[in-house]
Design a protein around this ligand. Structure first.
Ligand code: ATP
Length: 339
């Protein structure tokens, strides 16, 4: 099942949640909506589920407008952040509840529930009560219940955000495996950019009720089109400067007292975006001297914060230097945005 949102708008009184959202989710895709709090992710998801009616624009399933179709007839499974399991029902009864309108064809409810429990790795847990489960296990039950009626579309609204970090990492792999196994078109909402980069086939970065950029994780990370996307998806040093014309190898950009060479032909006001991992103490190009302000040990290296003539610059380095350090970067590693 493919999904399409065309110019979807939604306001709550004066609060505008969606200002014209355009999106296409392909059949079988793991598609993520990622963006800061309040950017409209949940509202977008609710418009797909039919829990919210757009003020303008269209939502289409396989090309058909579903505006008149109530949520229960959209064949959509939803999992929310807070597992709304029924506390007085066992795990098995909770999952079977997902089948109340759609008894399985060709197998018993018991068999179907067993298959679903196996799918989410909870075989043998069927007779437990929800309060005998960990948070991660409860979310697995919620997932099994949402998947019980074999939905065409799976909608996941921050399903992992109430879990601790280690469990989150584990369960996101699990989610991805289940999604692949079933091939169900999935829209996943998260404000966690690392999660979005890790799980998605494609993602949409949202900002202020609009889609800022869509693409696969690598291409959006490597080629952000706006300063917002550059800074939101992963860390970035966004340095404002002025491009002053052609070099043999690209353009010269003045940032403060420094001059950097970047690939491509630019003139006028620009922002140079340099990832912390692109800055290096041994670089032979674009060198500048900065003072170490703070270092954080990350296990596989250090995140080092520098003060460069009043600007904050952050680098990922193997060692934690002190004092004044010369950093540099390869001209090809800077993404240049015209302002
Ligand atoms: P979060 O990550 O915090 O859940 P979000 O990106 O999912 O945020 P939405 O929940 O879609 O954002 O909300 C978008 C905007 O619409 C916000 O400014 C929010 O305050 C507003 N909003 C959402 N639902 C309602 C509502 N029922 N009544 C009034 N305003 C609402």
């Amino acid at each position: 099942m493919s999904l399409e949102l065309a110019d979807v708008e939604r306001a709550y009184g004066d609060a505008v949640a969606l200002r014209g959202v355009d999106l296409t989710v392909r059949d079988g895709e793991f598609f993520t909506l990622v963006g800061p709090s309040g950017c409209g992710k949940t509202t977008t998801l609710r418009c797909i589920a039919g829990l919210e009616t757009p003020d303008a624009g269209a939502v289409r399933f396989d090309g058909t407008d579903v505006s008149g179709v109530p949520p229960e007839d959209r064949n959509v499974g939803v999992v929310f952040q807070h597992y709304a399991l029924f506390p007085t029902m066992t795990v098995r009864e909770n999952v079977a509840y997902g089948l109340r309108f759609d008894p399985p064809a060709g197998e018993s409810v018991e068999e179907r529930v067993d298959d679903l429990l196996a799918l989410v790795d909870l075989t043998g847990m069927g007779e437990r009560d929800p309060d005998e489960l960990s948070g991660g296990q409860r979310q697995r039950v919620a997932l099994a219940r949402a998947l019980a009626p074999a939905p065409d579309v799976l909608l996941l609204d921050e399903p992992l955000s109430a879990l601790d970090a280690r469990l989150r990492d584990e369960l996101r792999l699990e989610l991805k495996r289940v999604q692949r196994e079933l091939g169900v078109t999935t829209v996943y909402v998260t404000h966690d950019q690392a999660e979005a980069l890790a799980v998605s086939d494609r993602l949409a970065v949202m900002n202020d009720g609009r889609v800022a950029q869509v693409g696969d994780p690598e291409s959006v990370y490597e080629n952000p089109e706006t300063r917002f996307v550059a800074a939101f998806l992963g860390e970035n040093n966004c340095l404002d400067g002025r491009a002053v014309g052609g070099e043999t190898r690209g353009s010269l950009v003045r940032v403060g007292d420094a001059s950097f060479t970047v690939a491509g032909d630019y003139r006028g006001a620009v922002t140079c975006c340099i990832r912390p991992e692109s800055l290096d103490v041994n670089a032979s190009h674009n060198r500048f001297e900065a003072r170490v302000a703070e270092s954080e040990f990350l296990g596989d290296g250090y995140r080092v914060h520098f003060d460069w003539n009043g600007r904050s610059v952050v680098a990922r380095l193997d060692d934690a230097p002190t004092g004044r350090v010369t950093l540099g970067f390869d001209p090809d590693d800077a993404v240049v945005l015209e302002r």
